[in-house]
Design a protein around this ligand. Structure first.
Ligand SMILES: C[S@@+](CC[C@H](N)C(=O)[O-])C[C@H]1O[C@@H](n2cnc3c(N)ncnc32)[C@H](O)[C@@H]1O
Length: 283
């Protein structure tokens, strides 16, 4: 019997990827194999929302792949891949679309890397490799055209964005897990700019300002380095409130106007964004 949650998954897959013919038994086997569903074909409670998040995020990664000529090699670097639900799902979609890529996942946790490699072997996904490393220290053998990061923790998103810029990736796609680093710093801003005090007096306002400030600084950092950036909500909030996506494409060498805007915003709020540690050109 088809479970209501399976109906919802099928509807979501058909909505996001209508060009693919989805078969329920095939996707249930796939989700069981990657460890999102239990043996009865029901998502594990703590992973159910992740399943939907991954589908919506994958849409943007797949679009990047489809913007690259079939004549080129495509290398995708996934930063902070964790249990690799995103890599496996993107790989499934691209196989269905007959696009060949090399998929590299990197994560700091050795156990997760080992598990991801075992799952890739079990699925016969020979085009995928997983490495244990910090994002910023990782030097892939093949240059990626796409760098992505889904909910890499706090400043790990800064590492991913900086890594993509350093590696001159054409596309960078990131959705942050939290904005703790900047949220913890914005209290200081009110000591310099009294008009900001009301924003830092309540926890909720401080968090909203911190989220908007973090993502806008990241957007400006990317733009300073020559990327065109879209910033938007990539998944309905009922699946996750952590739904701000930065989707960037390299268009020019640098953008001095964006660098000016970045410095002005940073200095107004008196914060030290982590991304600068990895991109000294922002200082
Ligand atoms: C919240 S999980 C998200 C995992 C996966 N992207 C997903 O959405 O299911 C964050 C992952 O980033 C990894 N991570 C955090 N900081 C990292 C860093 N600096 N370098 C490499 N991996 C990191 C953690 O080990 C963890 O697996």
């Amino acid at each position: 019997m088809q479970l209501p949650v399976q109906d919802e998954i099928l509807a979501c897959l058909q909505f996001v990827f209508p060009e693919i013919e989805w078969k329920l038994d095939e996707i249930v086997s796939f989700y069981k194999a990657i460890g999102i569903m239990n043996l009865s074909g029901r998502p594990y409670a703590e992973r159910e929302k992740k399943l939907f998040e991954v589908v919506f995020f994958a849409d943007h990664v797949v679009r990047c792949v489809e913007n690259i000529s079939r004549r080129r090699d495509i290398v995708l670097l996934d930063c902070g891949c964790g249990r690799s639900y995103l890599p496996f799902f993107v790989n499934l979609v691209l196989r269905k679309k007959r696009r060949t890529i090399i998929y590299i996942g990197v994560d700091a946790e050795p156990e997760l890397v080992k598990k991801s490699s075992q799952t890739a072997d079990a699925l016969g996904y020979t085009n995928m490799e997983f490495h244990q490393s910090s994002i910023i220290a990782f030097e892939p053998e093949k240059k990626p055209n796409i760098v992505c990061a889904l909910h890499a923790c706090d400043t790990a998103t800064d590492e991913a964005i900086a890594k993509g810029i350093r590696l001159k990736a054409r596309f960078i796609v990131a959705a942050s897990c939290c904005q703790r680093q900047i949220v913890s710093q914005i209290g200081k801003a009110a000591t310099k700019v009294p008009e900001l005090k009301p924003f830092v007096e309540t926890k909720i306002a401080k968090e909203y300002v911190g989220v908007a400030l973090t993502e806008t600084l990241r957007k400006l950092a990317l733009e300073s380095c020559g990327y065109k950036v879209d910033m938007f909500e990539f998944v309905p909030t009922r699946y996750t409130p952590k739904n701000i996506m930065l989707r960037a494409e390299k268009k020019q060498a640098q953008n001095p106007e964006s660098l000016k805007a970045y410095s002005a915003l940073r200095d107004y709020f008196n914060v030290k964004p982590k991304i600068q540690d990895f991109l000294p050109e922002l200082l």
